[in-house]
Design a protein. Structure first.
Length: 145
């Protein structure tokens, strides 16, 4: 990992664990927009790794769902780009496999604040009836933070 030591290791599951003391990659290894000069200290997760892990997640989902159809529930706004990339990888895998997977994408927004106060219960907005997901195989993907 470019001489910076071991950044990540395979976790007990399918994820990658980045240790708290990982110093990141040197900025000299990457190109980035000039308006970020002076603001960045290091790159924690390079774009290529995110793309590869998203593709691997799509492959894992395809293996896990068997012959079931997919309903992707995208949490807006922050999850849109990740969701779009994941859906595209799933489509590509489906297109190049022996079985066709039907996929539907729905969108929701989550609200956990009212003005500047955190609410105890999160509100789901944008999808009137989540009961259609009852009995479906559920996989959860969290946005990268």
């Amino acid at each position: 990992m470019a001489g910076n030591g071991a950044a990540a290791r395979g976790g007990g599951g399918r994820g990658v664990v980045i240790s708290d003391d990982w110093p990141g990659y040197s900025l000299d290894l990457f190109t980035y927009p000039q308006h970020y000069y002076g603001d960045l200290e290091y790159v924690l997760i390079p774009h290529g790794i995110i793309v590869d892990r998203t593709e691997r997640l799509a492959k894992d989902i395809m293996q896990d769902i068997g012959d079931n159809d997919i309903v992707v529930l995208c949490v807006l706004k922050g999850g849109y780009k990740f969701c779009a990339d994941l859906v595209e990888h799933i489509k590509n895998l489906s297109r190049n496999s022996e079985r066709f997977i039907s996929m539907k994408v729905d969108f929701v927004r989550l609200k956990s604040y009212h003005n500047d106060q955190s609410m105890q219960d999160m509100q789901i907005m944008g999808e009137d009836d989540l009961s259609k997901l009852t009995g479906k195989i559920q996989k959860y993907c969290y946005a990268l933070v």
